[in-house]
Design a protein around this ligand. Structure first.
Ligand code: FES
Length: 257
């Protein structure tokens, strides 16, 4: 059930270049079940900036939850300034997450995250590992200073890191690692920038692929149409999906990305 709650900040710390990890206490966490869902966070106390910010859930804990955001612009800078103990207005959990049941115990799931697409992969990796799925994570960043959650993901399976400038891990993109991966993926789950998702969709790396779209959002609850995308079977017509409420996770081939 979607709830709105003033959640108390347990911690709000910088974990990489302009990347912050925010842990919030709240009954809202009891409503969270799916990896890949997001919350809509009111970043300012007044009306400026007016809109909430959609931030994906990185970890569902007992009585609390973790979200990770990039500080860029006024809204997220205000959020980064908030300190432990004060409350933040949060609406969630929103959207449909990754279908964990599509991966069977003993199968290999390859999780691909790019930049702020990495956070939902952590909760997903936890849920998959818990049910006996082999987890391989491939995470990509611009450079070494932007890398985060490598250690956390390594506790749940193999991890490969790519950086665009080659300052850490493999030089290049996550797809360069995917292309040379020794294991055959039974299923791929991915979240990251659109070009990355497109490359993964076109690469056909597994029999089943699920992609989480990063889309500009308004209301976050299916009311404003700010986030619509066309379906692949009707790319120019009136058939569309709302990323916030039909997604953000879609099966590869379902929508135009
Ligand atoms: Fe308003 Fe999706 S953000 S409909």
């Amino acid at each position: 059930m979607i709830r709105q709650e003033n959640c108390r900040i347990v911690s709000n710390r910088q974990i990489a270049d302009n990347i912050f990890e925010l842990v919030l206490d709240g009954d809202l966490s009891a409503e969270m079940t799916q990896a890949g869902q997001f919350v809509h966070v009111k970043v300012a106390d007044g009306f400026d900036p007016l809109l909430r910010r959609p931030i994906s859930i990185a970890s569902i804990n007992d009585g609390s939850f973790t979200i990770i955001y990039r500080r860029q612009g006024k809204g997220t800078s205000l959020l980064a300034d908030k300190s432990t103990g004060i409350t933040v207005d949060v609406l969630g959990p929103l959207g449909n997450g990754f279908p964990v049941d599509e991966a069977k115990p003993g199968q290999t799931a390859v999780l691909v995250g790019g930049g702020v697409g990495v956070p939902p992969m952590y909760e997903l990796a936890k849920q998959l590992a818990r049910k006996g799925v082999n987890v391989v994570s491939i995470i990509g960043f611009q450079s070494f200073s932007a890398v985060f959650y490598e250690k956390e993901l390594a506790e749940l399976g193999e991890v490969y890191v790519a950086t665009v400038d080659g300052s850490y891990g493999r030089k290049g993109f996550v797809t360069d690692i995917l292309d040379g991966l020794a294991v055959q993926a039974d299923i791929v789950f991915a979240c990251g920038p659109t070009p990355m998702l497109r490359a993964i969709e076109n690469g056909n790396y597994a029999p089943k692929t699920y992609l989480s779209l990063e889309e500009r959002m308004g209301c976050g609850i299916g009311a404003c149409f700010a986030c619509v995308c066309h379906t692949q079977d009707d790319p120019k017509g009136f058939s569309y999906k709302k990323v916030c409420s039909d997604g953000p996770v879609f099966q590869a081939g379902e929508v135009v990305i």
